[in-house]
Design a protein around this ligand. Structure first.
Ligand code: GMT
Length: 382
């Protein structure tokens, strides 16, 4: 198949999933065309089947805001026509599904039927999509897509509760590339971070409020009173400065390091003992899955799709959002000498269920189904 993929090219989970999906599809022999405003972060790989098309957003003094949706739709039309794509797969509803609808209508006037699949990732539904301004547009764009997938059952249910959806939603979970994410021997690295054999706790996110990094820091402060530990905070975003201040206020700076955005996170995860994800909302929790693949158990909140990933008492523990005392109690249990190895083994076993090799075929089957559906519909109308 010739597949167009539209996504946010940044470190965010939806862009990572879209890029990893495209890379795997290319490995499987499909031709994959990324259409984004800049080179996707994880598109760091040469494959003869991978192509990148940059959306050019021309400005004009009249525009206070450049019309990105129009530029994206125009680029989609161009790539579909000239690369003869079979399908457009857009990740994150806003504004990608809307631009795809526009592109589809334009192409229709030229006799081209392009199937459009929208994958819902989380905040496009649970935060931004709910906003009064966007809600009618998101509802319309979901209903006008030829196929809709969601990364967890919980996100599907939340979508059905929030919007008047008339379309079927197929759940295809997120996945992990086990060849990249596996425990590597990085003992020298662990020695540098934890010179006295401390436990290593890691958090990775885009540092938005929804991630509740203050809960990570406060929990860490309590954990280290019982078990000598270090905390690595990986990523960057709007909350970083506030979180640095919190570390200073709690006098934890000697044991916490902010690493910023990091590409080779599997190297850090290889030496981690515990991953923290206390998010307010989390449709899936891709970073937790990547941690599990590197044999790192997880302390997460029990929100959104996290119960579909983290098995309470086996691969880690879940707590109510904001219940720091419970998180600390559970973290101490996992980090104890007698329990840690079992939790690590369980985390790896769970991650294997989300191996990219098992999940990408679900997308391939879904693509074929939607292409067929669109073909039959077009035939019936002619
Ligand atoms: O977590 C974020 O804020 C980034 C966001 C995104 O769209 O890039 O992540 C969402 O999509 C990921 C990939 O499907 C999921 O693993 C995350 O759980 C989800 N984030 C939220 O629901 C907050």
């Amino acid at each position: 198949m010739k597949i167009g993929i539209v996504c946010y090219p940044t470190f965010g989970g939806s862009g990572v999933v879209a890029t990893e999906l495209g890379k795997e599809l290319a490995q499987n022999g499909h031709q994959v065309h990324f259409i984004t405003y800049t080179q996707p972060i994880r598109l760091d790989f040469f494959n003869e089947n991978l192509f990148y098309h940059e959306v050019d957003i021309s400005s004009y003094p009249l525009f206070q805001y450049a019309p990105y949706e129009s530029a994206l739709a125009g680029k989609m039309v161009d790539v579909v026509k000239y690369e003869k794509l079979d399908l457009l797969h857009v990740h994150y509803a806003i504004p990608h599904a809307t631009s795809a609808f526009l592109a589809k209508q334009i192409l229709k006037t030229e006799g081209i039927e392009i199937p459009v699949i929208t994958t819902l990732h989380g905040t496009d539904i649970t935060v931004v999509g709910k906003d009064r301004t966007y809600k009618p547009v998101v509802t319309f764009s979901i209903n006008e897509s030829d196929g809709v997938t969601s990364v967890s059952e919980d996100l599907k249910q939340e979508t059905l509760r929030t919007f008047k959806v008339t379309n079927e939603i197929e759940v295809i979970p997120n996945f992990v590339d086990m060849q990249r994410f596996h425990k590597q021997k990085k003992d020298h690295f662990k020695k540098i971070i934890c010179p006295d054999g401390e436990r290593l706790i890691v958090h990775i996110s885009n540092f938005r409020r929804v991630k509740r990094i203050d809960d990570v820091i406060q929990s860490f402060g309590k954990i280290k009173q019982s078990i000598p530990s270090k905390l690595l905070l990986i990523g960057d975003g709007p909350e970083r400065v506030k979180m640095e201040k919190l570390c200073r206020d709690l006098e934890l700076c000697d044991d916490i390091r902010f690493i910023g955005k990091l590409d080779a996170i599997e190297e850090v995860l290889s030496v981690a003992d515990l991953f923290f994800m206390p998010s307010e909302k989390e449709s899936f929790g891709l970073a937790a899955l990547e941690a599990m693949a590197c044999e790192v158990p997880c302390i997460t909140s029990n929100t959104g799709g996290l119960p579909e990933l983290n098995i309470h008492g086996k691969t880690g523990y879940m707590s109510n959002v904001g219940d720091i005392d419970d998180m600390v109690k559970n973290a101490l249990h996992i980090l104890s000498e007698e329990n840690l190895a079992t939790f690590k083994t369980n985390a790896l076993a769970r991650a294997k269920e989300f191996d990219i090799k098992n999940v990408v075929p679900m997308y391939e089957a879904y693509y074929r189904k939607i292409i067929e559906k669109v073909k039959s519909k077009a035939l019936a109308l002619n």
